[in-house]
Write a protein that binds this ligand. Structure first.
Ligand code: BES
Ligand code: MN
Ligand code: ZN
Length: 507
C-alpha cells in the first residue's frame, strides 16, 4: 500500500506534488475561495467560462508556479451538495488520484473539505469529518490499484506511481479522529486489493492450493483460524457434488474454512460461502474459446469471502464470521463428469448433471450443506454463477435472491452505501419446480423455455439451504470490470468485500 499520513499544515505552504481540493457544484467558497484569491481567480475564471462547474468527477488541474507550496492544484467536482454521500467522495478522490498519477506527480495531498462538502448526507456510520477522511482514503487507494506482478520493469521508461498521500486536516484537533478513519479505510482497501490480486492471478498460479495458502496467511491475524479439507476429507463428508466437478482436473480440490471469532463465544456466526472455481472451461460441456481466459475469475466469490474475513479481523469487528470456499477447477479431463451423470450431494440429495458448465451450483451445494452445521444467523453466498445476470443487470449491480426479506433489505442498504449495488430477483415456486429432475431429486439446468437463468440457479441452491436466513449474490457481472470506474480500475473489482463489511458493521 502507498504510504499515507494525516497532518495539519498551512495549506498555502504545504509541500506536495499535487494538492487535491473537492468542490461541490457551486462557486468556490471557504478554503477554495481563499486559494482562488491566492491564484488570481483561476478557479472562478474556470467556473465563469464553464470549463469547470463542480460536476461529479469533473477535474481542473492547474499549475501554481511559486504561488503556493504545492506544484499544482487539482480541483475535483463532487456534484450537487444535496447529493453528496461517501460514494461521491470516494469517486472524486479516485478520479483525482488517477489523474494526478497520470500527470506524473508522485505525491498527493487531499485537503479535507469543510463546509458543504464536509457535510456528507446521513448514513449509519460515525461523524461526518471522519467519514469524509475515510471515504477519501478508500477512494484513492482503490483507484490507484495496479496489478503488475507479471510485468518486467522497464528501467528506461518507468511507469509513474504515486508514492505518498497526505490527508490535510483543517486543524490539529481533527488529526486523531481522521487518522483513525484513514487507518480503518486502509485496512478495508488492503483487503479489497488482496481480493483483486487473487482474481487477477492466472489459473496456473491461482490454483485451489493457492487460495488455501492465501487463507492460511489470513489466519495469522488474531482470532482467525483456518482449516483446509482435502479430497479424502470431502469423501468422508460425502461431498459428491463438489468432488464430481473436481474429477475432470489434475489439481486437487480444497475446501477452505476460515473462522474469525470477534464476537461472543456462543454467538451464531454469519457464514459466507464463496464460489472458488479457479478456472471454468465448462468441462465436457466445453465453453466456446472466445474470452475463455476470463474464466480465471470464476473464483471471485471465494476471493471475496477471504477478503471479508481479512477485513473483519483487521478491523476487529465484534462479530463471528465464517468463510467457506469450495475450490476446484472445472476441466474436461478423462475422468470428468459427463452430461447425464448423477451425483449425490452431502445432504443425500441426488443431482442429474445435464450441463457440466453449470458447475458453480454443484460445488456450492456441498458448501451450503456444510454451512448448516454452524447454525448461522445469516448465510450469504457469493458466486460468479450465471451469464444471465449480465443480461439482466449488466455490470452495474449484482442480483440478490434469498429466503429472508430482512437480511436482503440490509444487504441492499449496505450495497447502496458502499456503491456495490444489489437488485433483488424473486424466488418463485415455478423456478424451484424447474430444477426438479425426472430421474433424480434435482437437475443442474432447466429445460428449454424456462428462462430466468439467474433465479433458477438460485432455486437450485435453495434446495441445499435448510432454515438459515439465506441470501445469494450473483456477482458474474460485477466481479470483473471492462470499463473502468472512478475507483475501480479495469479487471477484478473485489465487489462484495466492502458491501459485506458494511453489513457486518450493522450487526
Ligand atoms: N462461471 C459461469 C458463469 C459466468 C459467465 C461467470 C460469465 C462470469 C461471466 C458459470 O459456471 C456458467 O458457466 N454458467 C452457465 C450456466 C448454464 C450452463 C445454465 C451460464 O451462465 O451460461
Ligand atoms: Mn460454468
Ligand atoms: Zn463457473
Amino acid at each position: 500500500m502507498i504510504k499515507t499520513s494525516v497532518q495539519a499544515d498551512d495549506i498555502f505552504k504545504h509541500k506536495t506534488g499535487c494538492l487535491i481540493l473537492l468542490c461541490p457544484e457551486k462557486n468556490p467558497a471557504g478554503i477554495l475561495k481563499k486559494i482562488d484569491d491566492q491564484l488570481n481567480g483561476v478557479i472562478t475564471d474556470a467556473f465563469t467560462a464553464k470549463r469547470f462547474e463542480g460536476k461529479l468527477n469533473q477535474t481542473l488541474l492547474q499549475g501554481v508556479g511559486r504561488a503556493m507550496g504545492a506544484d499544482a492544484v487539482l480541483v475535483v467536482g463532487l456534484g450537487k451538495t444535496k447529493d453528496i454521500t461517501e460514494e461521491q467522495i470516494r469517486q472524486a478522490a479516485g478520479t483525482a488520484a488517477k489523474l494526478a498519477e497520470k500527470s506524473k506527480f508522485q505525491t498527493l495531498s487531499f485537503y479535507l473539505p469543510g463546509g458543504d462538502a464536509g457535510k456528507v448526507s446521513k448514513s449509519h456510520k460515525g461523524k461526518s469529518g471522519d467519514r469524509v477522511a475515510g471515504a477519501l482514503a478508500e477512494g484513492a487507494h482503490l483507484a490507484l490499484y495496479h496489478f503488475d506482478n507479471y510485468k518486467s520493469v522497464d528501467e528506461e521508461n518507468p511507469v509513474n506511481r504515486i508514492q505518498k498521500i497526505v490527508f490535510l486536516a483543517e486543524s490539529k484537533a481533527k488529526v486523531n479522529a481522521m487518522q483513525k478513519a484513514v487507518q480503518q479505510a486502509e485496512i478495508l482497501a488492503e483487503a479489497v486489493v488482496d481480493t483483486r490480486n487473487l482474481m487477477h492471478h492466472p489459473s496456473n498460479t491461482a490454483t485451489p492450493q493457492f487460495l488455501a495458502d492465501a487463507a492460511k496467511k489470513i489466519a495469522r491475524l488474531p482470532k482467525v483460524t483456518c482449516k483446509v479439507l482435502e479430497k479424502k476429507d470431502m469423501e468422508k463428508l460425502k461431498m459428491g457434488s463438489l468432488l464430481g466437478v473436481a474429477r475432470g482436473s489434475h489439481e486437487p480440490p480444497k475446501f477452505i474454512i476460515l473462522e474469525y471469532m470477534g464476537g461472543k463465544k456462543n454467538q451464531a456466526p454469519v457464514v459466507i460461502v464463496g464460489k472458488g472455481v479457479t478456472f471454468d472451461t465448462g468441462g465436457i460441456s466445453l465453453k466456446p474459446g472466445a474470452n475463455m481466459d476470463e474464466m480465471k475469475y470464476d473464483m471471485s466469490g471465494g476471493a471475496v469471502a477471504l477478503g471479508v474475513l481479512q477485513a473483519a479481523a483487521g478491523l476487529k469487528l465484534p462479530v463471528n464470521v465464517v468463510g467457506l470456499v469450495p475450490a476446484t477447477e472445472n476441466m474436461p479431463g478423462g475422468s470428468a463428469i459427463k452430461p447425464g451423470d448423477i451425483l449425490t450431494a452431502s445432504s443425500g440429495k441426488t443431482i442429474e448433471v445435464l450441463n457440466t458448465d453449470a458447475e458453480g451450483r454443484l460445488i456450492l451445494a456441498d458448501a451450503l450443506v456444510y454451512a448448516q452445521r454452524y447454525k448461522p444467523r445469516a448465510l450469504i453466498d457469493l458466486a460468479t454463477l450465471t451469464g444471465a445476470v449480465i443480461m439482466a443487470l449488466g455490470h452495474v449491480a449484482s442480483a440478490v435472491i434469498g429466503t429472508d426479506p430482512a437480511l436482503i433489505k440490509k444487504l441492499i442498504q449496505s450495497g447502496t452505501a458502499t456503491g456495490e449495488r444489489l437488485w433483488e430477483l424473486p424466488l418463485y415456486e415455478e423456478y424451484e419446480k424447474a430444477v426438479k429432475s425426472d430421474i433424480a431429486d434435482l437437475k443442474n439446468i432447466t429445460g428449454p423455455g424456462v428462462g430466468a437463468g439467474t433465479a433458477t440457479a438460485a432455486a437450485f441452491l435453495r434446495a441445499f439451504v435448510e432454515d438459515a436466513p439465506w441470501a445469494h449474490l450473483d456477482i458474474a457481472g460485477t466481479a470483473w470490470t471492462s470499463n473502468e470506474k472512478p475507483y475501480v480500475p479495469k479487471g477484478g473489482s473485489g465487489f462484495g468485500v466492502r458491501l459485506l463489511i458494511d453489513y457486518l458493521k450493522t450487526l
